[in-house]
Design a protein. Structure first.
Length: 319
């Protein structure tokens, strides 16, 4: 079975139930997540073997995070244990005129303090077909940057396809310009993924798939688009530029009644990886990826658990 490796920080998410507001609710619901963990989980449910690399603290929270991944079928062989805390983030979903509110509490986390020497990337990536990372990790500190750079170098040396999701988290960059860290990674990635705002913030250019592919030497570029139509109604679609076919294709525009907007982009990334690994044609690949992202928006929590059959069924209905 084709194997994918993802790398990043796993987090514990806390959210008030229903439409309640943060810090005004007596209860908080917990979910494990994190962009790269979400991709690994979604891939497993799509039938793709996935290993996740991170650093989890020793102790009960780290154990619970590890067990959550294993329950989803994610390979955890290369997870490093150490450090004293698991990163947290708080999410108030938002409704009506309120926008989603996110507060991070991840400074000094186990992953933020990773020693690049802790991960033997040539061994981790041996036999893998794909490596996936996001623009979140470089914002976390020198250790994560060095570890990610080493992963990209090992992947390219071993002929492993590399994808980079240009996830932009303004609160993590704290006014720093990310381009000096992100541009070198983008030039090593075979596949770039992002929305228009993220591309502009991370690379300082507009989100034109063909232009991005030419500038950074990418094999493919995917641009997602989310339209806020109402308090709980979003439209979700994507564009894919395929450098080999020199073609731009667009997905169906899905209108979704949103249950939880977290993780939609991660499920899109997983769907795209699965489709490209299966050598799907560009139009089929972008339809599959967009359908995977749309299905995630309709379920609670960070993890997308749609099966390949469910995604294909939705994609076929739209073509």
């Amino acid at each position: 079975m084709k194997r994918v490796v993802t790398f990043g920080e796993m987090l514990l998410r806390l959210s008030p139930p229903g439409e309640e507001r943060l810090f005004e609710s007596p209860a908080l619901q917990t979910f494990f997540g994190g962009a790269e963990a979400n991709v690994a989980v979604a891939l497993c449910h799509l039938g793709v073997r996935a290993h996740y690399v991170t650093r989890l603290p020793a102790g009960a929270l780290g154990d619970a995070a590890l067990e959550a991944l294993q329950r989803e079928g994610v390979g955890t062989d290369w997870i490093v244990r150490g450090g004293s805390r698991l990163g947290l983030y708080f999410v108030e979903p938002g409704s009506d005129l309120r926008t989603m509110r996110v507060i991070y509490d991840r400074a000094g986390s186990a992953l933020a303090q990773i020693d690049p020497a802790d991960v033997d990337w040539p061994q981790v990536l041996k036999g893998a077909r794909w490596f996936h990372a996001t623009g979140i990790t470089p914002a976390l500190g020198d250790g994560p940057v060095a570890a990610l750079t080493a992963a990209f170098t090992a992947a390219r040396t071993q002929g492993v396809t590399v994808s980079l999701d240009l996830n932009y988290r303004e609160a993590l960059w704290r006014g720093r310009d990310p381009r000096s860290l992100i541009e070198p990674l983008a030039r090593q990635a075979n596949v770039l993924i992002g929305n228009r705002d993220a591309v502009r913030a991370m690379l300082g250019v507009e989100a034109n798939g063909e232009a991005l592919a030419s500038r950074f030497g990418s094999r493919a570029v995917a641009i997602t688009e989310r339209e806020i139509l109402g308090p709980r109604e979003h439209a979700w679609s994507a564009m894919l530029y395929d450098g080999r076919a020199r073609a731009v294709v667009r997905s169906h525009r899905h209108v979704v009644q949103v249950v939880d907007r977290v993780g939609g982009g991660d499920s899109f990334a997983a769907g795209l990886i699965a489709a490209l690994l299966a050598d799907q044609a560009p139009q089929d690949a972008v339809e599959f990826a967009a359908a995977a992202g749309a299905l995630k928006l309709a379920v609670p929590g960070d993890f997308g658990r749609a099966t390949a059959d469910e995604v294909e069924r939705l994609a076929r209905q739209c073509t």
